[in-house]
Design a protein around this ligand. Structure first.
Ligand code: TYD
Length: 206
């Protein structure tokens, strides 16, 4: 579908996706590129309402309902933000996409991975990124980073260690099954080194 370039960043909570998204944006803008930096959940006004439910609702949400909420956010986001930007020839840098659903709702909540993926593909009319950067981090190290940041945990962050182990394994399985799209980096490398590796990959894709 694209004329522009679509880059997504994935990984567990605390892996440093937001930092790397900001650095990549800065570098692309300095090169004169038009960049749209966005995220899921919450890249649109409707999405921010969905984000509030999935991250801050007190009490349980049935796993399939959670998967549908993320998919609803995604459907609206791709249709109204991502696709139009790519059609204008811009670079979209996106914090999280459907791989997060497969890892968190699939591996984490133990729904069927293929079903979760198909749900998102239906929502997004089959749209897949050109490049997906997976920042891989041991959940125990991620937890230390989140503790140091001293912010209240959201619903997903508050899940137990075993959940985050499954999410990590889910992401690594996804990357292994699609090496053409994924760049896997160990998130405990220095910020500047990670940024350099991401720039090299994006540069090649441009
Ligand atoms: P994120 O915006 O990365 O959190 P933060 O603002 O704290 O960095 O993501 C919010 C949470 O939603 C995160 O724990 C992962 C989860 N998530 C899913 O479970 N499924 C999904 O499809 C997506 C996009 C996110």
């Amino acid at each position: 579908m694209t004329r522009g370039l679509w880059v997504t960043l994935e990984g567990g909570d605390g892996a440093g996706k937001t930092t790397q998204a900001a650095l990549l944006e800065e570098w692309l803008v300095a090169q004169g590129r038009s960049v749209v930096r966005t995220r899921e959940p919450g890249g649109t006004e409707v999405g921010r309402l969905v984000r509030d439910i999935v991250l801050h609702h007190r009490g349980d949400i049935a796993p399939r309902a959670e998967a549908l909420l993320y998919a609803a956010d995604r459907a609206h986001h791709v249709a109204t933000v991502v696709r139009p930007a790519l059609e204008r020839g811009e670079v979209v840098i996106q914090d999280r996409y459907l791989d997060s659903s497969v890892a968190y709702q699939g591996a984490g909540r133990v729904l069927d991975a293929a079903e979760v993926r198909d749900l998102s593909l239906w929502a997004a009319e089959g749209a897949l990124p050109d490049v997906t950067v997976l920042l891989d981090l041991d959940p125990a190290a991620a937890r230390r980073r989140l503790d140091a940041a001293d912010k209240p945990f959201d619903r997903l962050e508050a899940e137990q260690a075993a959940f985050h182990e499954r999410v990590r394994a889910g992401f690594l399985d996804l990357a292994a099954s699609d090496p053409g799209r994924f760049l896997v980096l160990s998130a405990d490398r220095p910020v500047g080194e990670l940024a350099e590796a991401i720039r090299a990959r994006v540069s090649a894709a441009l």
